[in-house]
Ligand binder design. Structure first.
Ligand SMILES: NC(=O)c1ccc[n+]([C@@H]2O[C@H](COP(=O)([O-])OP(=O)(O)OC[C@H]3O[C@@H](n4cnc5c(N)ncnc54)[C@H](OP(=O)(O)O)[C@@H]3O)[C@@H](O)[C@H]2O)c1
Length: 277
């Protein structure tokens, strides 16, 4: 199996300020990769970058960008122009449980940009550089973070499950399309990873059917699947088992009910704490 360090010297990670993206940053820095860290929270990105540079002797760059805005991915291509990037981790995303018709169309469009269009823009921008590396016999890869919810339409999360399905299909197709050019593409389908998104979605931890998996474990497990050249990976053995045995219709109903309750929980919160992306 190829070592992750060969995907360096630079990796780009979106949504690196928290959760799964932060765990990717920690994992890749420990393997010696220099990092471009992108998200909206500048302070968190600098704190993480400084800490990882100190601990692992890597270089880092911070890019503050709102990836829900059309064309925002351009900030990353500009910031990385001269860098030899071997790995793109397109991870930033978010959402809000609730009925589609209760949500503002403008918010839905912003979240479509964040959860689908930006992934496309990043793949299209970094793809040629990665193909050039792959053809030059260097390791090159793309990680697209979709969601377990992309496997079916979810009531009370119709928009995000649809947007994430775009990322799932984009990545699965590109896995095959870019393999001959030496670019390894793997889609992550997290469904139960312990990050701030669980509370931001209003989910009741005590009602979750499976205990959430720590983000560092999910990323370590995912990276093994990536290095083995898998097209897709669902973090967590129990999540994979549940996916195999639960009929699709039941998954739709169970998750839909859980998200309806999450939406009610969010509605009871003071507005300032209800994050939309
Ligand atoms: N945890 C799970 O079980 C789970 C389940 C399904 C899907 N996912 C997916 O996994 C990915 C990572 O989520 P997470 O669980 O790690 O949640 P998280 O801890 O909330 O992290 C989300 C990351 O995305 C960034 N982000 C959000 N909106 C952004 C915007 N408009 N522009 C730029 N960056 C933005 C956030 O940074 P800032 O706030 O600093 O911008 C943060 O770094 C997401 O795509 C999410 O949809 C996770």
């Amino acid at each position: 199996m190829v070592e992750i360090s060969l995907y360096g010297p630079w990796a780009v990670i979106t949504g690196a300020s928290s959760g799964i993206g932060k765990a990717f940053a920690e994992h890749l820095a420990a393997a010696g990769l220099n990092l471009v860290l992108a998200a909206r929270s500048t302070d968190k990105l600098h704190a993480l970058g400084d800490e990882l540079s100190r601990r692992h002797g890597i270089a880092h760059r911070v890019v503050t960008v709102d990836l829900s805005r059309p064309g925002a991915a351009g900030a990353l291509t500009e910031a990385t122009g001269e860098l030899d990037v071997g790995l793109l981790v397109s991870n930033a995303g978010g959402g809000r449980p609730g009925q589609l018709l209760d949500q503002q169309l403008q918010d839905l469009h912003s979240r479509l940009t964040l959860n689908a269009v930006t992934h496309l823009d990043l793949v299209h921008a970094f793809g040629p550089r990665l193909v050039a590396r792959g053809r030059g016999k260097h390791q090159a890869g793309i990680v697209l973070v979709s969601a377990h919810g992309a496997l079916q339409g979810l009531p009370n999360m119709a928009h995000e499950s649809a947007a994430k399905a775009y990322v799932l299909n984009l990545g699965e197709a590109l896995h095959h399309e870019l393999a001959p050019a030496g670019v390894n593409v793997t889609v992550m389908l997290p469904g139960n990873v312990d990050t701030p998104i669980i509370d931001a979605f209003g989910l009741d931890r005590s009602a979750l059917p499976i205990r959430p998996q720590p983000a560092d474990r999910a990323v370590a497990e995912f990276m093994r699947a990536f290095l083995k050249g898998r097209a897709l990976h669902i973090p967590g053995r129990l999540m994979r088992l549940m996916t195999r045995v639960m009929p699709r219709g039941l998954a739709v109903r169970v998750n839909g009910r859980m998200l309806a309750q999450a939406a009610r929980n969010l509605a009871e919160r003071p507005p300032a704490t209800a994050k939309t992306s």
